[in-house]
Write a protein that binds this ligand. Structure first.
Ligand code: ARG
Ligand code: ZN
Length: 881
């Protein structure tokens, strides 16, 4: 590390800042945690805002934390101190060490003031203070605050913030920050045209929750009255032309506030709650205290531009960020290794909220599908890490499906083990015991134990061991004895740095059904498998039993059972747990596809029968049917195989799709035609009908029916909503009909200038199953609307292409080269977003030698790129190891 103790020349300082990031900071380890040497009870910030040059004056009241002689260490990145004052007097005995400003202090408490100038309009990383669509906004989690001012930028330093914003009144009429507004006014005299506003946040918070927004924004206002009678002023802030697209988000916010009171006993605590939508954002949204900032895709919706899926996502993310007010803000994380403390728990909470808004079964299916698409591959690949990681180079790389989604599964398992009352007692205790502090995952688990009396000692392995457990399950029946014997054995595969694993606690919900009568043979049982192997005996079983296991996906594991196609087909029709029904169908489809890939030809009969039965079952919710009849994705099929042959998988899956389409042609037509249409409403029932209709359309097209493109195009043209329009467009985009080009053009022209919808236009093409998708994607990357500067746009093309297993893994390596080229270019602008898109290249171990060598060559090319960010370096180098 280039320590620079001499501040006289600016050059030394800026060289230290400009050095390649991945050389300047080594790995951070969980075990190196030390409490902060200095605390900052109060922070006063003054922003003289300007897109080109914003002056930030920070006054920190600091107190020595215990007896020690350590200097004050403030983080800062991409800036230099223009002045440092201690107790009002300019000092010059400070020094810069890497990303730290080190200030020697003699007393127990001081006031330390710094001044910096930063350039939001040149901030392409979108961390810290940046410009988006002419407005100014911030993103601080995890370590963006240090790009705004010097501060102990770590989550265990909680401070009370008072913030003054000054800005041009015409360009930035709206000035928002955390907490409650204090006062506002025009700036006097010579600074003509400028105004100011002051905000005060009474709740001590870590710097990552700081936020400000300055801009020309319109607001959709609402109010919410809390259980104890406090009236909260709600505001959703967007550009004026988007105001009609904010009703759904505002409604979801009110529902979330009521839900958290009802389900967790949590009330909101400030007088205002503001939400701002911005177009340029590195991820979904951010829970800044009293001032959430959102990617506009998780706020803006109307039927013409947003799909049902978008509507659901908006409600889920609005709820997620709102719920963070307690699980994240009132109680935050001691250090970033504890990230899942707030993220896993908050995802679990938002999943519960969404489940309560419509079909809980369909929500569970969607969540498990998401877990399998993103988290299982992560856990099985080079970037596998525990829910509580041990070390990192760049914390931004740890906002992963493991921290979020597997983390949520851990909380769900605790809730399952404790039962609803025990779990609620545990969360009450947690919120009570740790309110106003920075806590750890261990603290959370200890509350669950203390409140319930359950011992979770072994359960803690879920936090420290990476990898998806595999459970072998086999059921034997001795008819003469009236006995069934279930043998279970678990195995947790080795992961990077963790070759050997201990057996975990796996809560498995189990039920047996009679293979002849279809009736339940006893109640559902919760089996806690905590040994490497175990045997469970069921008595009084005279009828041949069929095993339903991991019902509701009670444990995030892979079940390896020896159930036959007949048994899976039986469960898909008779199980009384909708998730288990779905699961049986998925397993049947997977077995069929894997066999087809390996043997080159498949027996589709069992799948065809099961799908036919599901389509014919009038008692089922159409939304469930739509999920149940969908084939597993090509990548999920690939995840089942030691060696992924993307072309063979594609052929096998297309063959099954075609067969299903042809053999059930009448049923698909019925499902398509009988789905009630009528004017658009957003309701669980209407969503289900739309979903089933689009799935049916995709099977009609898969059958090769001559009129498929005509039907799709008719749906595309007649649609009064984006769900139907995009459903039809997806089907057309997968095919070769003339209607495809026409629909894409109509869609593009109709929505020109609407960024979120144009993202869909890119994404649909990049996900296409056509043979020439690789070439089309390369062309689209040269389209005038394509830009790497906007993360949504970058993801819509590059991210979608990386998820398209067959297209991306073209045998000539063109997909790999394309991705590497794009990532190297994007890294210069936005390292975080670049690093997020890298994982498809890390799957090389699973591919044939030729592909594997091509992938590694691209990873090596990335790693060898001069000036690479710490973010991309960490992901690429770990992917090579
Ligand atoms: N806390 C935010 C959320 O989950 C996300 C922050 C992501 N930060 C990052 N550096 N990737 O709601
Ligand atoms: Zn979150």
């Amino acid at each position: 590390m280039a320590a620079c103790s001499y501040k006289g020349t600016m050059l030394d300082v800026s060289q230290a800042i400009a050095a390649p990031a991945h050389d300047t900071v080594g790995p951070i380890s969980r075990h190196d945690y030390r409490p902060p040497a200095w605390l900052v009870p109060d922070t006063r910030l003054v922003f003289a805002l300007d897109a080109a040059a914003t002056r930030v004056t920070a006054t920190l009241s600091v107190t020595r934390n215990g007896e020690h002689g350590e200097p004050l260490r403030l983080h800062g990145a991409g800036q230099e101190p223009l002045a440092v004052r201690v107790d009002g007097v300019a000092v010059n005995d400070w020094r810069i060490e890497g990303e730290q400003l080190v200030v020697p202090l003699t007393g127990a408490t001081h006031s330390v003031e710094t001044e910096v100038v930063i350039a939001p309009e040149r901030n392409t990383q979108l961390m810290g203070l940046y410009a988006s669509g002419g407005n100014l906004c911030t993103q601080c989690e995890a370590e963006g605050f240090r790009r705004i001012t010097y501060f102990p930028d770590r989550p265990d330093v909680l401070s009370r913030y008072r913030v003054r914003l000054e800005a041009d009144k015409v360009r930035y009429p709206v000035l928002l920050a955390n907490g409650d507004p204090v006062d506002a006014g025009d700036m006097p005299g010579e600074s003509g045209g400028r105004h100011w506003a002051e905000w005060d946040d009474p709740f001590p918070k870590p710097s990552y929750l700081f936020a400000l927004v300055a801009g020309d924004l319109a607001v959709n206002r609402g109010t919410f009255t809390t259980a104890s009678g406090r009236t909260v002023a709600l505001g959703i802030w967007v550009r004026a032309t988007d105001i009609e697209k904010t009703h759904h988000a505002l409604h979801a916010l009110k529902l979330s506030m009521a839900w958290d009171e009802r389900v967790y006993g949590r009330e909101y605590d400030l007088d205002v709650f503001n939400v701002v939508a911005v177009d340029d954002f590195n991820f979904g949204a951010m829970e800044n205290k009293g001032l959430n900032i959102f990617n506009s895709r998780y706020i803006l919706a109307d039927p013409d531009t947003a799909t049902d899926y978008d509507y659901d996502g908006i409600a889920a993310v609005v709820a997620h960020e709102y719920f963070h007010n307690w699980s994240g803000n009132r109680i935050t994380c001691r250090d970033w290794f504890q990230l899942s403390l707030k993220e896993g728990f908050t995802v679990y909470r938002d999943q519960g909220f969404s489940a309560d808004q419509g079909s809980a079964a369909v929500k569970r299916i969607e969540d498990v599908r998401g877990l399998r698409a993103a988290q299982f591959p992560e856990d099985a690949g080079p970037l596998a890490h525990p829910v509580r990681p041990e070390s990192y180079l760049e914390i931004s790389n740890f906002y992963t499906a493991t921290i979020y989604n597997k983390g949520a599964e851990l909380i769900r398992m605790i809730a399952t083990i404790l039962g609803p009352q025990g779990f609620r007692a545990g969360t009450d205790l947690y919120f009570d015991r740790f309110d106003g502090t920075a806590a750890t995952c261990e603290d959370f688990v200890a509350c669950m134990e203390d409140a319930s009396g359950r011992d979770l000692a072994q359960f803690r392995l879920w936090y420290s061991q990476a990898g998806t457990p595999r459970v072998a399950a086999s059921l034997a029946h001795e008819a003469g004895e009236g006995r069934a014997t279930l043998r279970l054995a678990q195995h947790v595969p080795g992961t990077p740095g963790q070759p050997d694993k201990q057996p975990m606690v796996l809560p498995l919900k189990i039920k047996l059904f009679g293979g002849e009568t279809g009736r339940a043979l006893g109640e559902e049982q919760l089996v806690l498998l905590d040994q490497a192997a175990s045997t469970i005996v069921f008595d009084g079983i005279t009828e041949r039993p069929v095993l339903s296991i991991n019902r509701g996906f009670s444990a995030p594991v892979i079940i390896e059972s020896d159930r036959s196609a007949a048994e899976l087909g039986f469960l898909s029709a008779h199980d009384d747990d909708p998730f288990a029904r779905y699961e049986a169908m998925q397993q049947l489809m997977l077995d069929t596809l894997v066999a087809a890939v390996i043997e080159g030809d498949g027996d589709h009969a069992a799948v065809v029968t099961a799908v036919a039965n599901t389509l014919a079952d009038r008692a089922l919710d159409p939304a469930f049917v739509a999920e149940a009849v969908l084939l597993p994705s090509e990548s999920f099929v690939g995840d089942q195989l030691a060696l992924v042959d993307p072309d063979a998988i594609h052929r096998a899956r297309e063959a099954l799709r075609r067969d299903l389409g042809m053999r059930l042609a009448d049923q698909w037509r019925d499902a398509y035609e009988q789905a009630p249409t009528g004017p658009y409403v957003y309701s669980p029932a209407a969503k289900g009908h739309r979903r089933l209709r689009s799935v049916a359309l995709s099977y009609i097209a898969a059958s090769g029916a001559a009129d498929a493109a005509t039907i799709a195009f008719r749906q595309f043209e007649a649609a009064d909503n984006m769900t139907d329009r995009q459903g039809a467009l997806n089907t057309l985009a997968n095919g070769y009909a003339d209607e495809r080009e026409a629909a894409l053009d109509i869609f593009y022209n109709r929505y020109a200038g609407n960024g979120l919808v144009i993202d869909k236009w890119f994404q649909t093409q990049a996900l296409s199953s056509r043979d020439d998708t690789g070439r089309l994607v390369a062309e689209l990357a040269r389209h005038p609307d394509f830009t790497l500067a906007n993360p949504n746009r970058a993801r819509s093309l590059i991210g979608a292409y990386g998820a398209n297993q067959r297209a991306f893994n073209a045998a000539d390596g063109s997909g790999y080269r394309f991705l590497a080229d794009q990532l190297i270019a994007l890294d210069k602008l936005n390292p975080q977003t670049a690093a997020k898109l890298l994982p498809p290249l890390g799957r090389w171990r699973r591919f044939d030698e030729k592909r594997s060598a091509l992938m590694r060559a691209e990873l090596q090319r990335i790693v060898a790129t001069p000036g690479l960010s710490r973010d991309l370096f960490e992901q690429a180098s770990k992917s090579l190891a």
